[in-house]
Design a protein. Sequence first.
Length: 146
Amino acid sequence: MSSVVFQGASALSLDAKGRLTVPARHRDVLAAVCAGQLTLTKHPEGCLMVFPRPAWEQFRDKIAALPMSAAGWKRIFLGNALDVEIDGASRVLISPELRAAAGLNKDVMLLGMGSHFELWDAERYAAHEAAVMQQGMPEVLKDFSF
């Protein structure tokens, strides 16, 4: 799993039942690394994280090992986690609870973030990205060469 890197943005639409069609460019990799088994959970910035099951298991184990002082965050990540599978039509059902938590309506953005994806409401992501750009370059990137 460590050699798989998901990257890039895909503008997608949820259907009337809250299903998301997995982009073709990710289907074969997801079939190979997790047999289409994914785990969704809340992200602190208001989107959802979408993990291939092996990556989720690594993340889950790190979260579960956190001390009691992080119990609230354990609840957010683990208590809201939902196991799903990519169906025969290459779709994933996003539960009503998780759709509501991330403000997902029809238009969404799926962002490859390395080991996992983030799923954003398209308008919310555009606003988030604009706000990040307005903040300027963080100190850690000041000497980064482009």
